[in-house]
Design a protein around this ligand. Structure first.
Ligand SMILES: Cc1cc2nc3c(=O)[nH]c(=O)nc-3n(C[C@H](O)[C@H](O)[C@H](O)COP(=O)(O)OP(=O)(O)OC[C@H]3O[C@@H](n4cnc5c(N)ncnc54)[C@H](O)[C@@H]3O)c2cc1C
Length: 507
């Protein structure tokens, strides 16, 4: 039983009960309980659909297409004004497009590092945004075609449970389904200080639609969205200050990786305040002010704009989950590893259940939920052994599997080896000297347990480690694997060789 299953022992009990009922009815034997006799005398309930998926983002689309492909009568209900989901409309794709534009400008301005004339490279923000908007329109258009091509029924309406098998739609109509997949995503919570809302602090949704850039910005938060936007706008000449509560940027990751990013930020003139506590925010004719403590001192900083990037929260408050009996924790829908909620026929996937707000996890969860509706006797489970995260800054940060802090926390013995990009041929050619890669291996047999990379194209490089870990590869094998020269990828062979030497069995 997984830890999540332990949270809902009633799942297993409920599954056993309904299974027993089916057997009794199929055998035609006398039911032992009045509960079961009620089932036998009541005609089976008519459902409008076998599966109703609520939410048409990455998780919901994955769930609906898997269910429909298996021949289930599937309905997807989405209440947004614009179809496409967070990733395409306001998340991964617009932010990564703008980051790419910022990187192109940064590289062009560094031309003198490679023996060419450096340029100040003027830009027109409206044109950059128009390019990004064109791209996003293409992605959204494609997703809309997928949603409307008829593999399942799409209903454009808000849905709210009125009982465990029925939702009421915004249109007033009611829809009953045998099973549900909830994939309602996440929303931006209110800022931690009401004063921040009062001074017009913006969110990531606002930033990706900005008509013009401010001259300066204070970014409250040090997570993935905060650091990506910090570098993005800094590379378009905005004066950036990041104010972070934890002592480290990206506080969930290993500190050696995030320190390399902090040093790169400082070299680009991005000011960092870590270990802070927010006190106040106000506005006057000079601009917007944020007041906080830093190293026991009160600091007041002014900027033209303030971005609050402190994460998102599950979008479940209008779903009527009480009427369905679905258990939540601070809004997040609790599921087991089969993506089943506290109600056996209701599943959840994506940001509304978490705990990782990542697209590839949302897609996996949606698919698993649908698979478990299609074939509950062969349950699929979410496997987080290969959990991966990428931060699209420059240097990029990417991690897969186990990290050093996590190994320490769980008291797991690991061997760790690193190799730096400023000691590697291809990265020196590219002028990408920040960062390093590291490998974590099992000291007993050399199995690769995790990898981390902070440096050029880390988000691409980490996939070699994902593939190696999927195949339970050992460092001894990775060290011998042919790597083309000169490539960034061959950097993995150095820590693999070092670890091979340190594993007694392989000597
Ligand atoms: C700025 C930013 C950058 C990001 N970058 C990355 C990245 O680089 N990589 C990555 O992996 N992840 C990234 N993410 C996170 C990623 O976008 C999300 O994890 C993912 O899009 C979540 O998908 P989802 O299907 O759970 O939810 P969503 O895509 O939000 O879909 C939920 C849908 O449900 C609908 N809905 C909600 N309630 C109801 C209701 N009651 N009835 C009917 N419909 C309803 C909504 O309208 C919406 O269409 C980023 C996020 C942000 C904000």
């Amino acid at each position: 039983m997984s830890p999540e299953d332990k949270a809902f022992p009633e799942h297993k009990a409920a599954q056993r009960v309904s299974f027993a009922r089916t057997i009794q009815r199929a055998d035609g034997g006398s039911p032992a309980t009045s509960d079961v006799s009620a089932l036998m005398t009541t005609p089976p309930r008519e459902f409008d659909a076998d599966v109703a998926v609520v939410g048409g983002g990455s998780a919901g689309y994955a769930a609906a297409s898997t269910a429909a492909a298996a021949g289930l009568r599937t309905v997807l209900i989405d209440g947004s004004r614009e179809l496409g989901g967070l990733c395409i409309l306001r998340g991964c794709m617009p932010s990564k497009a703008l980051l790419w534009a910022a990187e192109v400008r940064h590289l062009a301005r560094r031309a003198s590092d490679f023996g060419m004339e450096g340029q100040s490279l003027p830009f027109n923000w409206e044109s950059v945004m128009a390019w990004k908007n064109g791209l996003i329109a293409e992605f959204a258009d494609y997703r809309q075609q997928q949603l409307t091509q008829g593999q399942f029924t799409l209903i454009r309406a808000h849905a709210r449970f009125v009982d465990p098998h029925t939702v009421e739609l915004g249109t007033g109509r009611r829809l009953a389904a045998k099973s549900f997949v909830l994939a309602t995503g996440s929303i931006i919570p209110k800022p931690p200080l009401p004063q921040l809302a009062k001074i017009g602090a913006i969110s990531s949704d606002d930033l990706i639609h900005l008509k013009s850039l401010p001259r300066s910005i204070l970014i409250v938060g040090g997570g993935a969205i905060a650091v990506e936007f910090a570098q993005l706008v800094a590379r378009f000449d905005v004066n950036v200050t990041v104010i972070q509560r934890s002592d480290h940027l990206l506080s969930g990751l290993d500190y050696d990786l995030t320190e390399a990013l902090a040093r790169a930020f400082e070299s680009e003139g991005i000011q960092l305040f870590t270990g802070t506590e927010l006190l106040d925010a106000r506005e006057d004719p000079d601009g917007k002010w944020v007041v906080f403590t830093h190293r026991a001192k009160r600091v007041e900083l002014r900027a033209d704009a303030v971005l609050v990037a402190l994460g998102r929260t599950a979008n479940t408050s209008t779903l009527g989950l009480e009427a369905a009996g679905v258990t939540t924790d601070r809004g997040r829908i609790l599921t087991d590893s089969e993506m089943r909620t506290s109600v056996p026929h209701i599943f959840a996937a994506g940001d509304c259940t978490g705990p990782y707000e990542l697209v590839h996890i949302a897609v996996q969860q949606g698919d698993i939920a649908a698979q478990n509706i299609i074939d509950p006797r062969n349950p699929r489970r979410l496997d987080l052994r290969l959990l991966t995260e990428v931060i699209f800054t420059d240097p990029q940060i990417a991690v897969a599997g186990l990290g050093e802090r996590e190994a320490l926390r769980r008291n797991l013995p690991v061997l760790v080896a690193r190799h730096r990009f400023d000691d590697h041929g291809k990265s020196l050619i590219m002028g990408a000297r920040h960062g390093f890669v590291k490998l974590l291996a099992d000291p007993a047999n050399g199995e690769i347990l995790g990898g981390g990379c902070v440096g050029p194209l880390a988000g691409e490089l980490i996939h070699e480690i994902i593939v190696a870990m999927a195949g339970r590869m050992r460092v001894q094998q990775l060290a011998l694997l042919p790597h083309y020269h000169p490539t960034l990828a061959e950097i993995w062979t150095y820590p693999a060789e070092e670890l091979t030497r340190r594993i007694p069995a392989s000597q």
